[in-house]
Design a binder for this molecule. Structure first.
Ligand SMILES: [Zn+2]
Length: 263
C-alpha cells in the first residue's frame, strides 16, 4: 500500500512483477463488473414540484447507495426469476409537503433496509416551494457498471512505476530538486538523490530533465504498476478489489471448465 486517504477512501498500491494486461483486467472488472445498488424504478404518487417525474427519477438513479453484497443477489441470478423480491430489490420511499420553501434531501428518503441508504445525506433531490409536495416509492436493485454507469462502484486506473536515475552531479542540485512539482528529489550536502517515499507521485512530467539535460534519466518500469482505486461510496476500495478479484477468478474457472469439457 502506498497511500490511503481516510476521508475519501481512495487508495493506491504497487503491483510488482505484473503486466499492463493484468492491471487492465483488474481495472475493467472494478468499473464494469463489480455490482452495486442503485435506484432503477420510481413510482410517483404525487409531484407538483418544478422538476418533471423523469428528471427526479434520473437524479435518484445516480444517487450512490451504500451496498451490502452479502444480502442481495443480482436480479438475473435471483430465485424470483426477475419478479423482484427481498433478496434482489429494496424499496425506498419519500413523502414530503413543504410548509415553507425547502430542499428535499437524500436523508429524507426512508429505506426498508438500514444497511442500504444514500451515501451522501445532503444530496439535494428537489426544491419545493411552500405548498408543493412530492411522494414516491423507489426500487433499488443490484446492477453492473457495464449496463449503466450508475452501478459503477468508482474509478480505477493505473500507471507504470517511474524509474529515475541520477547519472551525474548537477551544477545546481537545489534548483533541480525544486523543479520537480511533486518533490521526488532530496538534496543533502549538494548531493541529489531520489526520495523513494515520493517516487510513486512522479508523473513523468520531465521538468527535471529540462533544467540540465543529461543529468536525470526518466523511465517507466515495464513490470511494476501503481494502481489507484477511488470509491464513489457504495463499497470500500478493499471491497471493490476483492470483489473484482473474485469475478476474474470465477471467469477463469468457467473458461477452464469449458476447456475441460472440450477434451
Ligand atoms: Zn428476487
Amino acid at each position: 500500500m502506498l497511500n490511503k486517504d481516510k476521508k475519501t477512501g481512495k487508495i493506491s498500491f504497487l503491483i510488482k512483477n505484473t503486466s499492463a494486461a493484468f492491471a487492465n483486467a483488474l481495472r475493467r472488472a472494478i468499473i464494469s463488473e463489480v455490482p452495486t445498488m442503485a435506484i432503477e424504478d420510481v413510482e410517483f404518487k404525487k409531484n407538483n414540484s418544478v422538476l418533471y417525474d423523469e428528471i427526479v427519477a434520473h437524479r435518484l438513479g445516480l444517487m450512490p447507495l451504500k451496498t451490502d453484497l452479502k444480502t442481495y443477489d443480482l436480479i438475473e441470478n435471483c430465485k424470483c426469476n426477475g419478479a423482484g423480491c427481498a433478496k434482489c430489490s429494496l424499496k425506498l420511499s419519500l413523502k414530503s409537503t413543504a410548509r415553507s420553501d425547502q430542499i428535499v434531501k437524500a436523508s429524507d428518503m426512508k429505506s426498508k433496509d438500514p444497511k442500504v441508504v444514500p451515501v451522501f445525506d445532503e444530496t439535494p433531490i428537489v426544491k419545493l416551494l411552500k405548498g408543493q409536495a412530492i411522494e414516491f416509492e423507489a426500487t433499488a436493485v443490484l446492477g453492473r457498471g457495464k449496463d449503466h454507469m450508475k452501478w459503477s462502484p468508482g474509478l480505477a486506473y493505473y500507471k507504470y512505476m517511474p524509474v529515475i536515475e541520477v547519472t551525474k552531479t548537477p551544477k545546481d542540485p537545489e534548483a533541480l530538486a525544486k523543479s520537480c512539482p511533486v518533490n521526488v528529489f532530496d538534496v543533502k550536502k549538494d548531493k541529489i538523490s531520489v526520495n523513494d517515499d515520493n517516487l510513486y507521485k512522479c508523473h513523468l512530467c520531465g521538468a527535471c530533465t529540462d533544467l540540465e539535460p543529461g543529468v536525470i534519466k526518466l523511465n517507466e518500469s515495464e513490470s511494476n504498476v501503481i494502481f489507484y482505486v477511488e470509491p464513489f461510496g457504495q463499497l470500500s476500495a478493499k471491497q471493490m478489489l476483492s470483489e473484482a478479484a473474485n469475478i476474474i477468478s470465477a471467469k477463469m474457472d468457467a473458461l477452464a471448465e469449458a476447456l475441460e469439457k472440450k477434451k
